[in-house]
Design a protein around this ligand. Structure first.
Ligand SMILES: Cc1cc2nc3c(=O)[nH]c(=O)nc-3n(C[C@H](O)[C@H](O)[C@H](O)COP(=O)(O)O)c2cc1C
Length: 407
């Protein structure tokens, strides 16, 4: 028997499998989920340690995942923050903290939580803050707090990115609010079923936001061109040692690391099949170059190969902080609307990450002109994502709790 953290002991094949079956179906199925990998565990101390270490048999467990089950229960302004922390953010950096006043919540950027050369202009960081503000507003509305957002009250580069005034109103729990705890970035394969144009249009609700616009890329020729650009950008990003290194520091490999940091990218979020996920967790943690290669491969064979459509959020002023914050609200809204309709979404921002990298290093711009050809004249790209009907459910990723990020 091998025991795993926080759960009943799980039987491991020992080579004595004949005789009357003694396992319950539930136990058997759970073990079968790891197939041959479980058999490997028997008798190998190092591997059985790794089962414990990565919680291979009990994914999404431990306090780092509690915010996903507790967000509805917390009342008042802290409850709204509990919704905010479940928002998407680049590399799951969660670049935020919140200050609660008697009738307000202030949202601050935590500049230490950046991705360096991956996001040299901090555009994605501000988009992530916009995503959090969208969840904060939905959470505030559901608690009857009538939230009103003022962006950047101290100026564009000050730490306070939003002041959210609270009042009292009727509690409104919308379908988007209900989707907060089910929204996850889905990096797995999507089905070949198209998403109807009217459904795509329904995902976009720009009310109350000015600036960003959404362009859907659905037709085969532009979709193929964008797929190629995404693969090329992934390859370029992995060839750029600084970008590769700055992204890699946000990978969390062991159960212990995940519980300690409660942020970053984890195997559970990579959209793998249960069998592959189990095996990957048993193997030693990937090196940076293996991880890069895996990502480029997945981009080519899964992400772009199975995208039903791409969405691109554009603006004429993508460098403007307020535009980035509003684009974040729009992005989070689209993702929640997709979730509520059973549509999967994966953010895919390697092209704009290369555009910003080329711009800030003085390199010849190669990705900006190629992307511009796929967009209406004058519109510049800010965010890219794919959508489709999922073949696999996405899993939650770790989060710091509302109390941890509230000052
Ligand atoms: C601005 C922004 C950029 C992102 N870029 C990417 C990306 O290029 N590729 C990707 O797979 N995920 C990307 N993500 C998704 C984050 O990695 C994800 O939100 C984070 O890991 C938390 O996981 P969750 O969305 O499932 O809660 C991005 C998210 C945001 C907000």
């Amino acid at each position: 028997m091998t025991t795993t953290h926080d759960q009943e002991p799980v039987p491991v094949a020992t080579g004595h499998l004949d005789g009357p079956p003694r396992w319950s179906r539930r136990r058997l199925l759970r073990t079968m989920g790891l197939g041959g990998a479980t058999v490997l565990v028997a008798g190998t101390g190092a591997l059985s340690y790794r089962v414990y270490d990565t919680a291979a048999l009990n994914p999404g467990s431990g306090p780092a995942f509690d915010p996903w089950t507790q967000w509805r229960q917390l009342p008042g302004p802290l409850g709204a923050v509990a919704c905010a922390v479940l928002a998407a953010s680049p590399h799951n950096t969660q670049p935020w903290y919140f200050a609660l006043g008697p009738r307000s919540i202030d949202v601050f950027v935590d500049e230490a939580r950046g991705t360096g050369a991956v996001d040299p202009l901090r555009r994605e960081q501000y988009v992530g803050l916009g995503c959090a503000v969208e969840n904060l507003v939905l959470g505030g509305m559901a608690r009857g707090l009538a939230p009103q957002v003022t962006w950047l009250p101290d100026g564009n580069e000050a730490g306070r990115v939003a002041h959210v005034e609270l009042g009292s109103g009727q509690a409104q729990a919308t379908p988007l609010y209900d989707a907060i705890g089910r929204r996850h970035t889905n990096r797995g394969p999507y089905s070949s079923q198209a998403v109807p144009a009217e459904t795509l249009a329904e995902l976009v609700d720009p009310s109350g936001l000015d600036g960003p616009t959404v362009h859907w890329v659905v037709d085969p020729a532009p979709k193929a061109a964008l797929s190629e650009l995404l693969v090329d950008a992934a390859e370029a990003l992995t060839r750029d040692q600084q970008q590769s290194r700055d992204g890699f520091v946000w990978f969390r490999n062991s159960h212990d690391e995940i519980q300690r940091h409660r942020d970053g990218l984890v195997l559970d979020g990579q959209g793998l099949s249960p069998l592959l996920l189990g095996v990957a967790k048993l193997l030693p943690a990937s090196s940076r170059s293996d991880g890069d290669q895996f990502w480029v491969n997945q981009t080519r064979t899964v992400h772009t190969a199975t995208a039903a459509a791409y969405g691109v959020i554009t603006s004429t002023s993508p460098d403007d902080r307020r535009t980035q914050l509003e684009a974040g609200r729009l992005l989070q809204r689209i993702h929640l609307a997709a979730t509520s309709r059973g549509i999967a979404l994966q953010h895919m921002n390697q092209i704009t990450e290369r555009i910003d990298r080329e711009a800030t290093t003085g390199a010849v711009a190669t990705f900006a002109p190629r992307f511009a050809k796929l967009l209406p004249a004058g519109e510049r790209p800010l965010l890219t994502y794919r959508v489709g009907y999922p073949l696999r459910e996405a899993r939650p990723t770790p989060r710091r709790s509302a109390r941890t990020v509230t000052r």
